[in-house]
Design a protein around this ligand. Structure first.
Ligand SMILES: Cc1cc2nc3c(=O)[nH]c(=O)nc-3n(C[C@H](O)[C@H](O)[C@H](O)COP(=O)(O)OP(=O)(O)OC[C@H]3O[C@@H](n4cnc5c(N)ncnc54)[C@H](O)[C@@H]3O)c2cc1C
Length: 159
């Protein structure tokens, strides 16, 4: 396992816990806050936010476990999966925290030490360190296209 793959994977392992905490705060609020005669969680648009976050959390967990398995077995797919999961999971936890802030409204962001405000600040760098999403996407596309690349006409070494 390369050092880069290992650290990118470790960043991922932190994300579902943070996402779960944010989603639990959103669920608590959605269940208790009454608006327009019903709980927020009974409103279709809020339900969509909650459902999308559950999907992001479970998909992240599955991808992290699959990537860990590929790394453990020394699979040739490990590097690609590390980039795929680093990008997906880092962006997913940001989506989940962002949705939770939206559902909690002003409460989510008004106090600097509020749990969601802290999570919002803490997960944002996940999209930057251990390789920004843009550089992982560059690597993912380059690896994906490699088997299909035709030798360039006139290139002596076929590169
Ligand atoms: C909280 C935190 C903790 C950190 N901890 C560590 C640590 O422990 N060890 C360590 O070594 N580093 C650490 N870093 C540094 C981190 O790895 C770098 O910030 C990261 O690699 C991005 O480099 P940069 O900040 O110099 O941004 P730049 O390289 O200037 O990139 C800025 C932006 O440009 C874009 N970009 C850059 N290159 C490309 C490209 N090739 N293609 C397309 N777009 C591109 C991306 O959007 C990127 O976010 C940490 C950073 C943070 C925020």
């Amino acid at each position: 396992m390369s050092r880069f793959s290992a650290t990118a994977s470790m960043t991922n392992w932190r994300s579902p816990g943070a996402a779960r905490r944010a989603q639990d705060l959103a669920l608590e609020r959605a269940g208790s806050r009454m608006a327009f005669g019903s709980a927020l969680g009974d409103l279709g648009m809020v339900q969509q936010l909650l459902a999308d976050s559950e999907i992001d959390i479970e998909a992240s967990r599955a991808l992290i476990l699959r990537t860990a398995w590929e790394l453990d077995t020394g699979s040739a797919a490990a590097a690609q999966l590390t980039s795929v999961s680093k990008t997906f999971v880092a962006e997913a936890v940001n989506r989940v925290v962002d949705r939770a802030v939206q559902i909690c409204g002003a409460l989510g962001v008004s106090a600097a030490d509020a749990p969601l405000a802290r999570l919002f600040r803490e997960v944002r760098p996940f999209r930057i360190y251990d390789g920004p999403s843009e550089t992982h996407r560059f690597a993912i596309a380059r690896r994906a296209v490699r088997p299909y690349r035709q030798p360039r006409a006139g290139a002596a070494d076929g590169s």
